[in-house]
Design a protein around this ligand. Structure first.
Ligand SMILES: Cc1ncc(COP(=O)(O)O)c(C=O)c1O
Length: 535
């Protein structure tokens, strides 16, 4: 059991240090909390069954699709989780959602589009009934909407609905010509790092975690110059799921194309925050996940050049992927159908399309809003004694609203648990399915040496360097905490996080915690937690 603070650190203390900490720049004018929020989003009204041509019903279904954000000025899409109340040790609080990089709530317009789809839900491409025709039309219209969202080139690109980014890369890995060298940085999310290594043929070159953009590009030049196979593919992320740093996609594509290699862009973290444009950047493939894009209904996307995909064996063999089947012969479909075997997830596809439409419509305001939140978050954390914000490319690098940090002497699992239990804040801790990257960032910090943690903060035993939690030798946590902003994040949430981390770094957690098989838990949980089933 560790971390119970003395009374000097309790809320309302007159301790001058605490006061100074909790007041850190609280009044950033533009970031005031918006007007009072409703407790939960209303359930969208069911849309009428279409009676005319299969044109999608208005996505809003009577639900406010966009909402003003107080002093920010712009109107941004509302989410189904806005105003969610969660139990904390101090009573119930508005949930501070700083975990968008893991999964996002749905937009209310997305939930309404799904509701409308369910009203006439029927089979896709398998029936002549009116509902089936409508559903089939919506599925293909969803594909067109997503194609516009990713800037697909109509002549050479195909948009395939998958389950997730992981699914998309596994599909592409199986579709690569046998003599393809894949070049990938070790800093990638495991879903983007690993699928290439399971191919029957071909070579995979894993480049070390780069510590500067120029260094990374030099490594890439070198690796591509050494490729001896006929085909090559560079796989790279648009924005890191750990540090939020944005990779120079157009430059990478220019280099890759110079060597005759193709580029596959992991847009899982980029697409929720920035425009993704295949045609403008010249990349050859893009993958993304609906659950990170305000459309958590089980669909993802692989978009890009159709040639290798049409030449490959179907990803899933079965109905839908076939053009003709006789006793002697199977002729596989071409285009998206070839890799979408089985009944497609039309609800997921419509959800994704609705999210793409909303994010396109509100793009500029979204970028502005998130920039304000992200800058406040990063600068606020960077200013705290005993808190390290981690970076691949160093100060001044372009970032989306994802920040990885550690608190000297405090295990990251304990930080995230205390933030949740005491403050109603949702963040993630761990290595974020990017173990080589997080290990490299933390090893750098450990070798640079951390100053002694604040009294009361560093009370935990040191455990092995590769532990999933614990502390490295110098008091550097073995894992990190990740805070990520999005449309369900309010400016007050960012302020709450910065103030809470300041308290933690200075005094440790406010309650006593123990580490059990499921991670850190309050020794005596003061919350009234009830988890009724939603069904
Ligand atoms: C950058 C990046 N790529 C790929 C993935 C894998 O996404 P999914 O779990 O939706 O397949 C993630 C998920 O966190 C990610 O952040």
């Amino acid at each position: 059991m560790i971390g119970k603070r003395g009374p000097v650190t309790s809320r309302g203390s007159s301790d001058p240090q605490e006061y100074a900490v909790s007041r850190t720049d609280l009044a950033l004018d533009l970031l005031e909390h918006p007007a009072t929020r409703t407790a939960s989003a209303p359930v969208p009204a069911a849309a009428p069954v279409p009676t005319a041509a299969p044109v999608p019903a208005a996505a809003s279904g009577g639900v406010p699709a966009a909402e003003p954000r107080g002093a920010f000025g712009g109107a941004l899409p509302a989410t189904t989780a806005d105003g969610l109340l969660v139990p904390t040790s101090a009573g119930s609080r508005d949930y501070a959602n700083l975990d968008h990089a893991a999964s996002t709530p749905a937009l209310t317009s997305v939930a309404a589009a799904v509701e409308a789809t369910l009203r006439s839900y029927a089979s896709v491409h398998r029936g002549n009934g009116f509902a089936s025709r409508v559903t089939s039309a919506w599925y293909e219209q969803a594909r067109e909407q997503v194609a516009r969202f990713v800037g697909a080139r109509s002549e050479q690109d195909v948009v395939i609905f998958t389950r997730t980014t992981t699914d998309s890369w596994n599909l592409l890995a199986r579709a690569l010509p046998a003599d393809t060298t894949v070049v990938v940085f070790a800093s990638e999310h495991h879903s983007t790092l690993l699928p290439w290594t399971r191919r029957a043929g071909g070579t995979t070159v894993t480049l070390p975690v780069p510590r500067s953009i120029e260094g990374g590009l030099a490594l890439l030049h070198e690796a591509l110059a050494a490729v001896t196979t006929e085909h090559a593919l560079v796989v790279v992320t648009g924005a890191s799921n750990v540090t939020g740093e944005v990779w120079p996609i157009t430059r990478i594509t220019r280099i890759a194309h110079h060597y005759g290699a193709r580029v596959a862009l992991d847009a899982a973290q980029l697409a929720p925050h920035r425009r993704v444009d295949i045609a403008a950047t010249g990349v050859d493939y893009v993958a993304l996940s609906g659950h990170k894009l305000y459309a958590p209904y089980g669909a993802g996307v692989l978009a890009g050049r159709v040639d290798w995909l049409d030449a490959a064996e179907p990803y899933l063999v079965g109905g839908g992927a076939t053009a003709r089947v006789t006793g002697e012969q199977v002729v596989w479909a071409t285009g998206p159908a070839r890799h979408e075997g089985g009944s497609p997830n039309v609800v997921g596809a419509v959800a994704l399309a609705a999210a793409c439409a909303a994010l396109t419509e509100h793009h500029d305001d979204l970028v502005r809003y998130e920039h304000l939140l992200a800058e406040r978050l990063r600068r606020g954390l960077e200013a705290l004694p005993g808190v390290r914000v981690h970076s691949l490319f160093g100060p001044g690098s372009d970032r989306v609203g994802v920040v990885a940090f550690t608190v000297d002497g405090v295990e990251s699992g304990l930080v995230s648990t205390a933030l949740s239990v005491e403050h109603g804040i949702g963040v993630r801790d761990g290595k974020f399915c990017a173990h080589p990257l997080v290990d490299a960032l933390l090893a750098d910090q450990a070798s640079a040496g951390s100053p002694a943690p604040a009294p009361g903060a560093g009370l935990q035993p040191t455990v092995g360097a590769c532990s999933d939690d614990g502390l490295l030798g110098t008091g550097t946590p073995a894992t990190a905490v990740r805070a990520s902003v999005g449309l369900a994040t309010r400016p007050e949430h960012v302020e709450r996080l910065v103030a809470a981390v300041a308290e933690l770094a200075a005094y440790g957690p406010g309650l006593a915690y123990t580490r059990g098989p499921n991670g850190w838990e309050p020794a005596a949980d003061p919350r009234e937690v009830s988890l009724p089933r939603p069904w």
